[in-house]
Design a protein around this ligand. Sequence first.
Ligand code: ADP
Length: 895
Amino acid sequence: MRQYLDVKSRYPDAIVFFRLGDFYEMFYEDAVYVARVLDLTLTTRDKGKEDPVPMCGIPHHAARTYLARLTELGHRVALCEQLEDPRAVKGIVKRDVIRVVTPGVVLDEELLDPRTPSFVAAAAGDGRRGYGLAFLDVTTGDFRATEAATAEALLEEIGRVAPRELVLPRGQGQVQDQDGEALAALVRGAFPMLPRANVDGGGDAAAELAKALGAGFDARAAERAPRAADAAAAVLRYAGATQPGAELPVARLALYARADALVIDEQARRHLELAESLLDRRRAGSLLDVLDETKSAMGGRRLRAWLLFPSVDLDAIRRRHDAVERLVAAHGARDRARKLLGEMSDLERLVGRARLGVATPRDLAALGRSLALLPSLAAALAEAHAGELRGAAAGEVDLLRLGTDGQAPLGGALGAEIAAELLRVLRPDAPALTKDGGYVNAGVSAELDELRDVAAGGRDRIAAIEARERERTGIPSLKVRFNSVFGYYIEVTRAHLASVPADYRRKQTVANAERFVTAELGEFEQQVLTADERRIALELEIFAALRAKVAAVAEPLLALAGRVAVVDTLAALAEVAHRGGYCRPVVDDGGVVELADARHPVVERLAAAGSFVPNDIRLDPAAEQILIVSGPNMAGKSTLIRQVALAVIQAQMGGFVAARAARIGLCDRIFTRVGAGDNLARGESTFMVEMRETAKILRQATARSLIVLDEIGRGTSTYDGVSIAWAVGEHLHDKIGAKTLFATHYHELGALAETHPRVRNVSVAAREWKGEVVFLRKLVAGGASRSFGVEVAKLAGLPGTVIERARAILRTLEAEGAGGADVPRPVAPAHADDGPQLGLFGVATPALPAALREVPIDRLVDIVAALRGLDPDELSPRAAHDLLAALAKKLTPRS
Ligand code: ADP
């Protein structure tokens, strides 16, 4: 118990798993707590004594499930192992903590989500000097840090990085303690569920980092970002302490500035449903879900990073587009490359595990197999690379080069060399456990082969002994056998007991026979066992050397793995572009965003094939800077304005865009203020939240930003709402100049365009037909004439009597409302006739004849438009025939 208490005193913040034989035991409060949350039986140690110690245990082979549960709950677990073989020592076995598993520092594959990084982060700094944020994925060695001037920016970056655990340095002086408290309160408020940990404040962060990283540390860059360095040092200190005795293999710190990537704030990330859906926070229904056609886990992580951190570097973006374009065109090569990528294991994490010294024989065999696929992958890519590019000015595509063509020795020579070595040494079916050996190939070590011969030869020896003893004793049924309790023995059936010679020693009586041992058998057994022990030890030695060899070249291997991950991501983007009919966007540093026949990639995927109505949209800071998008509820306003933001994100992450053609002027930030009510869980009033978010947008947006506002001002009374929306619109127009999409069902806002030259009114068309609302989903110039609220309510199934009553009230209100209110009013119900008139045609959703429901609505619109301006008397019979044929063709579903 003293040993336990000693360990526990060194890891007071962790639950200690104390290894006793085949069990991990927990004691005292740890035992009481864990027994409760994991539903284990709580027992006591030293029962008879006065103060029995509470205790509970789990079988060590089942530890992973329990570890997973405890880290999920935000706990740290210290694994205290036996450092000596209990059979070999007298007295107390030496034990110590070999590693600490924390929510953010996890090495066990089973506890990791393959497609998301596992970051442990640290924040440092204060409101005066600014903040630093650093994060590290120990499984891959990915280690980055940045600075944030304000608490707001810090919290946003934490949200974007989505660490599993956040470390806060504990101050030493009093002032620092206060700052530490403030920082802790800040983080607790914003991320109440994020597990937090403390680490003692260090001295000179730069010196600490230089010592740990050596050449991988850029001291000059760190000087310019001292808070980032503080945070980075804190992460390293924390993560390092989880691997006592072992060196934490982190080679390099990448310092970045938040402005190096398109800034997507938390609201935008959530409302645009980039990585998870708003509704249930699951991946299904998100843009990531549509885009993630990667074949490997490392590719999945990379795609996610590109999506959440799109680039603002024109050259980098164009390089990605070049590669995607080539991969789109080269069907065969793309298919082959993706198939190979699908056969690859997670190179990054496998190399990471080798470097940490925890890779198993199965891991390294998988690494060997995966690396051996690289030449074929490189060949497929070279084929794609040979393809023509449409953009004549396109530069060299190096993203598709894996370097088997001698261009970079890395992929070719090193990968091949390591692959060959791994495949030579390890059996393809190598197990995850080393305790029984059996994973090293024959022919690798002469000594090992010899030891195996002894074991195999053992079988012949046994047969020989058996034959000889039968001969000698005259007992034909005599057998030599083995069991784990007392090793080799000779079994003689009861009937022949009389013939047993005197040199047999009786060992055991069983149902029908007696078992004996002899001096010869004992000696033989010793030999075999020794050989076997030696064999297992030797295999382990060979394996450890192999793992060290991989670890020694971990850096270049990780670089290679990173390139493979990039290729997988590009191939996925190409696959999605090909299947979805996306276009390569023209990206430039002009401010214009222009989309032809644009769709919403997620809504389109969920809609019936061909039923999504594409739209043209143009935003130009010099002309149509602000689009006021009106239209009834359910018309498709939100979908439309979000699809513009998604197009910008997709383009800047390096992908193609769901449109026929696209021009994207680089954006620096994307803001959204969409929907209401989803923040209620945090206990704030909807309106307050909405205004706070709007305030932030007005504070942070620049002329290069894209702003998507959906129904702002909705959380308060109509007049308040309209007034606020109006003032926000003016500010964006006069002061900021950001491209803005402003969806609203306040028609009154339309009048902004009268006085502000860069404001345009557009609406998503809907028409009324026989008391039903018909959604055309087409964007037309001019504001919506009316809101169709009652019709939408009817569509939603409100009872007929209620609908009738609502109509009556609406008529009265409309008649009264003509008399002036202090709200800005649109001058005219602008251009009510601009859109195609479908009222008589009967394209109403419920009333539409079954045969017509197959026809995309925009075609019906075209048909009506074609017929409308027509004078039949003017048409020649020939022209009339052609027109009729063309119209009939349009009516054929899916022509
Ligand atoms: P609003 O914001 O105007 O209330 P939404 O954008 O939420 O409307 O769209 C309402 C529904 O219409 C969505 O569920 C979507 O599936 C569908 N929809 C939106 N835009 C289109 C489109 N262009 N083509 C087909 N369906 C669409």
